[in-house]
Design a protein around this ligand. Sequence first.
Ligand SMILES: C[S@@+](CC[C@H](N)C(=O)[O-])C[C@H]1O[C@@H](n2cnc3c(N)ncnc32)[C@H](O)[C@@H]1O
Length: 339
Amino acid sequence: MPAGAGYLPSASLDEYMSHTAAEHPALHGLIDSARARSPRLLKALVSVTNEFDSDETGRGDSYRRAQRDASVRWTGARQLLQLATRTDSPGDVILLDVLGGDGTIARAVADRADNPLAKLYIITGDISGEMVARALALGLPAVRQSAEALLLRDASIDATLLAYGTHHIAPADRPQAVREAVRVVKPGGKVVLHDFDTASPMARFFTEVVHPHSAAGHGYAHFSRAELSALFAELPVSASVLDVYDPLIVEADDRETACARMCRYIADMYGVQEVFAAHRDTAASWAFLEEIFDHSRYAAELVDAPPGVPHRPFLYESGGRWFAEVPRMAIVAVAEKRA
Ligand SMILES: C[S@@+](CC[C@H](N)C(=O)[O-])C[C@H]1O[C@@H](n2cnc3c(N)ncnc32)[C@H](O)[C@@H]1O
């Protein structure tokens, strides 16, 4: 893309629109140019600096370093995509990943050519100009927009996904973000909203580990099941809330490397390198993960816990490869827009 400035770190809105028309015509046709050209909306967007821009503003660079391996959250991402696109022909389905970063989910799907989900047309959205610029540089259809003011046309796509960071949307703005997610899907289309229960070990991890030890802190409120249901209650949708097993899984040649790779992934993803640096060795880091990601008590109290899933971090060998698996349990609202 030519060098400019404004909408993206080095591209004006006009330059972005020309690039999209040439490289991603399907996305270009979905953008509502009146919304995209609204001075109020554009001003609000470009005045935003967020922690995912870079390590200087928070943890952007280290987060992207962790996400180079887009397969780590595939188990959960696959389930979210299936919930959002229940259809026999995902090839016809357009899905917007609202908090898409630099396209982790789109890249994870593209790596699974044998999976029918690889036929999905995934649009990566994000409020961070840096994230969107990187997704575009990777050849992905991507749009800079905030969850609360999407640039897509009414009833233009099949599914909207709000996942892996929905807690970054302030509680007061969540109803608007959900209204927008519903606005852009066609009748019969799906909205899937994923986050972590305020009562879960994940919320504790963010409060006790990420907030005090990451550069930008993590003063974000997670979701209760009641809040998830209430967000959809007044909208023209049928919605339900379920529990989804959403682990982190890394693979390596041997046990020690799998263990070390998982520790590095978590340190980078959450910007908590100092926590791991303070541990005596990798075994101490792993013991820390076993304690903090222990979901056994939480899972025991769930009414509809996913069956047969591990509740504590573990290392195992399969097909001559070693895996480190760290459980995370998410709460997910699935809504279908009424015809
Ligand atoms: C934890 S990252 C997840 C990125 C990607 N989905 C992944 O899984 O790697 C959360 C993302 O949400 C974006 N974000 C935060 N608030 C947002 C908002 N109000 N609207 C759109 N994106 C937002 C951030 O810029 C960041 O890239």
